[in-house]
Every structure is written in C-alpha cells, then in structure tokens.
Write a protein that binds this ligand. Sequence first.
Ligand code: F6R
Length: 601
Amino acid sequence: MCGIVGYIGRNDTKEVLLNGLEKLEYRGYDSAGIATLSNHGVDVFKVKGRIAALREKVAEDDTFSNMGIGHTRWATHGAPSVENAHPHQSASGRFTIVHNGVIENYQDIRKQYLADVNLASETDTEVIVQLVEVLYGELNDVSAAFRKAIELLKGSYAVGLIDAEDQETIYVAKNRSPLLVGLGDGFNVVASDSMATLKVTDRYLELEDKEIVIVNRDYVEVQKLNGKVVDRDPFTVELDAMDMEKGTYPHFMLKEIEEQPLVIRKIIQEYQDENDEIKLDENIRRAMGEVDRIYIIAAGTSYHAGLVGKQFLEKLANVPTEVHIASEFSYNMPLLSEKPLFVFISQSGETADSRSVLVKIKELGHPALTITNVPGSTLSREANYTLHLHAGPEIAVASTKAYTAQIAVLAILAVDTAKAKGLTFDFNPLQELGIVANAMESITDLQEEIEQMSKDYFAETRNAFYIGRGMDYFVAQEASLKLKEISYIQAEGFAGGELKHGTIALIEEGTPVIALATQENVNLSIRGNVQEVAARGANTCIISLKGLEQEGDAMVLPKVHELLTPLVSVVPMQLLAYYAALHRDCDVDKPRNLAKSVTVE
Ligand code: F6R
C-alpha cells in the first residue's frame, strides 16, 4: 500500500527511483510518479497504472538530475488518476511532496489555511504541500514551514518534500506510517521499505513517530518536532537482494508456495538448540509463563493463522486464548483478564489496524509479543518481544509462506510454554515439522494434478465453497480467502456442520464444494456434509489425510501430526487458487484493489 522512495546523491536519480518503485510494487498500487530536481527546476512524471508505463514516460526526457522523490499510490482520497497520483506540487510549483497515510484533519486545514488556494487534486496529500507554501509565506524559512506544517497534521503520514530552490535537501517526516532513511557513501535514500533501496545500501536509520529528518547528500539529521537533534545508530538489513527476484518462476506466488518446505526447515534450525530442544528468548518464556489469557490480534491470512495458533495454545499449553480481528478490536475491546498477553501476528509488521491495537494496549500497560517476518517493522519495534518467522521476503500480495511460518512458530511457542509449565505430552514440534516439510514437498510435486483440479472445479464458476471441521474449518477460511483475492471467484469457507443452517440454499447444479478431511474425529461427519451438498447438485471434491482416505477422494495428503495438518492441507489450496487465477488471466502477484502492506486503518 503506497510506497515512497527518495534519492539525493551524485548519480542519476531516475533509475534509483524507478527501480525502488518496482521493488515496492508488491505492496499494491494503482498509480505512480516521480519528481526530479535539476538546474532547470522540478520535473514531475505521473501515470495511472503500472511502473512500466511510468518508465516509458520518464525515458522521453533526458535531463540529468541527482535528487528526487517517487511514489506508488493506493487510492484512499480520490480515484486512481494522474491528477491524484503523487508527487503533488504547491500552487507556485516551488514545493513537491510524496505522502503515505491518511491526513484526518485535511478538511480543517483546507478551511483554515487554504481558503484562497485552488487545489489541483482530490487528495489529502496536496493539502500538506499547499500548507507548506502558505506557511513559508509567513515564516520565510523552508525548514520552519515544513516543521510547522507537520505539527498541524493529524493522522498518519510518511512524507518526502523537495524545494525547487534547494538542490541539497529532502525534507522527511513520519507518523504511524513506515519510513526509513538509507545511508550511502556520497548519497542517501528514503524508502517505505528497505527492499526498495537494498540495491544501493543495506544501512538504515529507523525513524520514530513525529520525527523530522533533513536528508542531504553527505549527512542526515534526525530531529524531534521541537527541533532537538537525535543521535541514532544505523542498523544493517540482512536481506539478500536475490531473495527479491523471482528467478525462473513465472510468479512470486508460485515461488513462495514452493519455498514453504525450506522455510519450515529454516524455522526448525532457528528455533532448535544444540541439544535439539526448543530455543526461545528467556524473556518470552517468562512472559508466556505469567499470563492468564492470550489475546491474538491479526488481520486476513494472519488472523487465520491465529485461529490455528489458538488450538495449540489451549490444547498444548493450557492457556485460554482469544483471536481477534485487529480492525474490530480497536473499538470493541472485550473485558480483559488480569494478566493478559497480546500476541500480534503480522507478516509485514506494518498493518495499521494491528498497530492501532498495539498503541491502545500499551497505554493500558499490557505486554505485547509480535510474530512477524520483518523484525525491524513497526509492530516488532513497539512490542516488548518479537518472534521472527524467517520466511524471507514475501512479495506476492497473497500470503502463503508467511501463513505456514506463522503456524509453525505458534506451534513451537505453545509447546515451549507447555514444557516450561511442566506439562508433558508426546509431541515434539521440531521433529514433527521436519515431517511436515517433506510432506509439503511431495504436494508441490503434484502441480499438474492440482492444475487439472483447478480447471475441473473453477474454470467456469462464479462462486465456490470450502468446508471443513475443526482445524480443517480454519484452513477452509484461508483457502477461500486465497481463491477470492487472486481469482476474484466469490468464495467462502464454512464449518461443515453450519452449511445446512442457511448457506446450503446457495448450492446449485455444479457449485464447487471443496472439503477437507484431515481430522479423524470428524472424518465421517464432514463426509456426511459432502453428501448433503452432492445430493443438491454440488461439484464436490474431498482432500483427505493418509489413513483417513476413502475411495473417490480427489487427493490424499501425506500423514503428518493431526495438529499440524493445516500446514500441509493449505498447500493444495494455495495451488488451486494460483492456477484458478492463472487460467482466468488474473494478475496473480498483484491482484486488483489489494495492497501487501496495509498501512491505513
Ligand atoms: C492475504 C493477505 C492479507 C494479510 C493481511 C494482514 O493473502 O496477505 O489478508 O494477511 O493484510 O497482513 P499482515 O500479516 O502483514 O499484518
């Protein structure tokens, strides 16, 4: 969701900006633009649509510039269009800005400060740059005008601003939206995500909310809003730029599905000590031992992983656990227990809905643990503890390997908590995850069969249902989300027993119903539910677990521990969705209307 890149140095800025924006494409966007500054002033290039079109537009101009700002926009205020695309300029054209986030008081600012200014776009962003110009008129100092403008903003923002009369500075500020400053030799960069600029530097400065940064070619100065200069050490991003390439794969999603066995093995390695026991931060162990209830907070796919995690935490570690959708929890908080621990599950670590809960529970003084794929992310920095997913960058918008990594880490956490409490049982998650990794591999080997199944069930349909009971119900929900987000087939995941309470009315001749049968205690019941829909014309398909299979099952998954079945049953679901989207000519990695990192509430 919206991405920012900025560069100030001695080389040509255009390639750094375009390359950076391409690396941010995975976040989701609908328009893009860059602004470059050179001796003849500011040039702005903007397009509705893809970066490839922006590249063509930029190529028509050969002006050399060694500083500029770029942006991918995911529309919030105003439709996707060239007018609403960033960068935006002030009325005189002197100031140019890119912005991520939502300015809540933009109407008030407009009324109070910009009554005489004609706005060229429908965006809240333009208000910021016009405000800077009006304040500059009063203060006659760009730095002071920028600071004052930032002080007046309410809401979330990450901004980069350039002044046509100053080829030495990019002005940067941030509140509740991610932004990093990257440090180079003779240049510096600004980026929403280090992936954008990893090609040029791996050293970054984290920014805190309500900080302003003066970014020059040779220095960077971080200031608090009151002007106090902050001294901060950079951190090194340990990412291989190659991890962000799709290599020979046609899509990142397919690459990431196939990487899942490797990710599971990496997790085993990272969470295992030299005695083959679970290795976990002692502080987390202690915190888990002290709680009387866990509140899992997450969104989308991460929420679905949380539903599985609750089973581990309750069944293995005996800790009552609730799972909440972050956006609902923010304004509808349940009664909390005396010693709660909040567990935030987030691939990106930047989801604004989750962050808003984190801010609230911190105000209440409750501890938080974040399980994320991005250790330096906002949710990680602001929580008391972090568990890393070690899944490597997930670029496809549809989450796959992060989901399975989240479940694997939750299983390890639950067993560690149980052991610390002296509970004993016959389940070694590290060993069992090894079996899971092998099983995943044998499923990804079945791609031709799964592609054919996808054709059989989804080629023509407008809707589809997934059903399951127990653990399978949680996977059914994730399976339906995968299908709808990338193939645009209307899909729902239901508890097998619930269909007859209403939804079965939707079953018609040929409606696809995919059933999961991996749980022994409900194997016969879910098969009964399949009979019910088949009798009403549904095109049914059963995916079962070795040992529970019956004649006619479409696929039999290799045997893994019953608690860990979601890790294997989700793989054919991901592939079914992938092929459905592929055969419908959908943009698999960048589905319409969606963003990878959802940084607005
Ligand atoms: C679906 C998907 C989303 C995310 C959700 C939360 O494939 O990717 O549903 O799971 O937006 O994102 P994170 O995990 O980054 O907090």
